[in-house]
Design a binder for this molecule. Structure first.
Ligand SMILES: Nc1ncnc2c1ncn2[C@@H]1O[C@H](COP(=O)(O)OP(=O)(O)O)[C@@H](O)[C@H]1O
Ligand SMILES: [Mg+2]
Length: 408
């Protein structure tokens, strides 16, 4: 696995700690009121990896994490840490450490005492405690802060102290539930990098929960997308982005979101084309070689997906094939410096991806909102009627009924 640490690279702080694979085998949660929060979730965490579980608010992320921690009973399915089935093992005996969103530190204790607290509970000798705390503080760059009280620390430092308290116990698994959501945007970006690098240094298997797809994509070795308690796809950030298995994942991962609308597949000599409204887009032959099953959709409606960066002002790329262009009227232009984001409408039915946060962005019948990322060289202005080149080999196609990707 790319980025996964090897045993020898692992920091000394974790020496002697048990590392373990973690396996969720068809785990479900039905709350006492009958609500089904998680359904038959199967996931494997590979030793040492950073796995992120991401999905909209209320989709069962915390429930899943709490079942792993032992704070919530598992209704059905099996949970393994290493070879051991731990469904009925008490939280304190699971060898798991949690970092919560509300990182409660003891205000009257120093940073050193806060970090060392779990060791004191375990009756570790004072001198050994001090050595361990110093090791941990060094990794977290908290050495200078060890004698201070939490009240004197910045938000980011307090967050690292909370991590220190988890690390010092040498758990075989870290669980983190939206640990950055209380931090301001700038600090969040900094801590994102810090946590990822500390995790890599320690090499502890980590299960990280967030609703923020950017956080998921930047931090995870692999990312698991969940919706309404059902797992949608688990893959590396790159393959989630390039090869989403269904419409929900396609829309949820990426910002601005993938444009999704309905079109009809047509035969165009040896090749295929897709038609929507009064537009016809010839498809690069690569489309059929990657998605041979698209041939069986000739004459049928499909869900078409185009990422914003796969469209460009045709004036900027004059060599792009003329039959792989659409004609649009620019509605809004946002110049961001490195790129210009263009908004326009397509005469095509919009598609509801099922992401509750995306609903207000949907157009109405035969009117789909579309976003493109143009090069800053584009001189196009709102109101202009222009041609847009589409990298058709990068287009996505999904079945209208199942919302599953059309591949082989
Ligand atoms: N104790 C509970 N009893 C009944 N329903 C619950 C309980 N806890 C959470 N839920 C529901 O389960 C769903 C998943 O919750 P949660 O796992 O907290 O979602 P997330 O962390 O993804 O935002 C939500 O609809 C929530 O309202
Ligand atoms: Mg939650």
């Amino acid at each position: 696995m790319a980025g996964a640490p090897t045993g020898t690279a692992r920091s000394d702080v974790m020496k002697g700690a048990e590392m373990a694979d973690v396996k969720l085998d068809g785990i479900s949660k039905i709350y006492p009121n009958g609500f089904r929060a998680v359904t038959e979730l199967s996931l494997e965490l590979i030793e040492g990896e950073f796995l992120v579980l991401v999905g909209p608010s209320g989709c069962g992320k915390s429930t899943t994490l709490r079942m792993i921690a032992g704070l919530e009973e598992i209704s059905s399915g099996d949970l393994y840490v290493g070879e051991r089935r731990v469904n009925d093992v008490l939280p304190k005996d699971r060898d798991i450490a949690m970092v919560f969103q509300n990182y409660a530190l003891y205000p009257q204790m120093t940073v050193a005492e806060n970090i060392g607290f779990p060791l004191r509970l375990r009756k570790v000798r004072k001198a050994d405690r001090r050595t361990k705390v110093e090791e941990v503080a060094q990794i977290l760059e908290l050495t200078e802060q060890l004698d201070k009280k939490p009240g004197k620390l910045s938000g980011g430092q307090r967050q690292r102290v909370a991590m220190g308290r988890a690390i010092v116990r040498q758990p075989s698994l870290f669980l983190m539930d939206e640990p950055l959501s209380n931090l301001d945007a700038k600090l969040r970006v900094q801590m994102r990098a810090d946590i990822a690098s500390i995790q890599r240094e320690l090499g502890v298997t980590t299960f990280y929960v967030t609703h923020d797809q950017v956080e998921a994509m930047t931090m995870g070795d692999r990312v698991a997308v969940i919706k309404d308690g059902y797992l949608q796809q688990v893959a590396s950030p790159e393959s989630l982005y390039d090869e989403p298995d269904n419409v929900f994942v396609a829309a949820f991962i990426g910002s601005p979101s993938m444009n999704l609308f309905e079109g009809v597949v047509l035969e165009d000599g040896e090749r295929l084309a897709v038609e929507f409204g009064d537009q016809r887009l010839a498809l690069d032959p690569k489309v059929l070689s990657v998605r041979p099953a698209l041939r069986s959709y000739i004459g049928k409606r499909v869900v078409v997906g185009m990422r914003p960066e796969d469209m460009e002002d045709a004036a900027v790329v004059p060599d792009h094939p003329a039959d792989q262009r659409i004609e649009v009227e620019i509605d809004v232009r946002e110049a961001l410096g490195a790129e210009t984001v263009m908004h326009f409408w397509l005469a095509a039915n919009p598609v509801d991806s099922g992401d509750p946060d995306a609903l207000d962005e949907l157009g109405s019948e035969n009117e789909s909102r579309c976003t493109a990322r143009f090069s800053p060289d584009s001189r196009v202005q709102p109101g202009d009627h222009i041609q847009v080149s589409v990298a058709t080999e990068k287009m996505h196609f999904f079945d209208t009924a199942t919302h599953l990707a059309i591949r082989s």
